[in-house]
Design a protein around this ligand. Structure first.
Ligand SMILES: [Zn+2]
Length: 61
């Protein structure tokens, strides 16, 4: 699944290829620009709106 997301490290909007990580039981992706890893923390389901996923930055450096 490819989505547009604003990187929380470099601040650039990037197209990322999300994938499921069974260790955290959620979606993860790496920024295409700087490679920063993000993991899903939340999923917001508002009535009549598309599902919104929230991510947090994982700083591995
Ligand atoms: Zn980035």
């Amino acid at each position: 699944m490819t989505v547009k997301f604003v990187c929380q490290k470099c601040g650039k909007e990037t197209e990322v290829d999300m994938h499921y990580d069974k260790n955290i039981d959620g979606q993860v992706f790496n920024c295409a620009g700087c490679g920063a890893r993000h993991v899903q923390i939340d999923e917001i389901k508002a009535p009549g709106a598309p599902v919104e996923m929230r991510f947090r930055l994982v700083d591995e450096s």
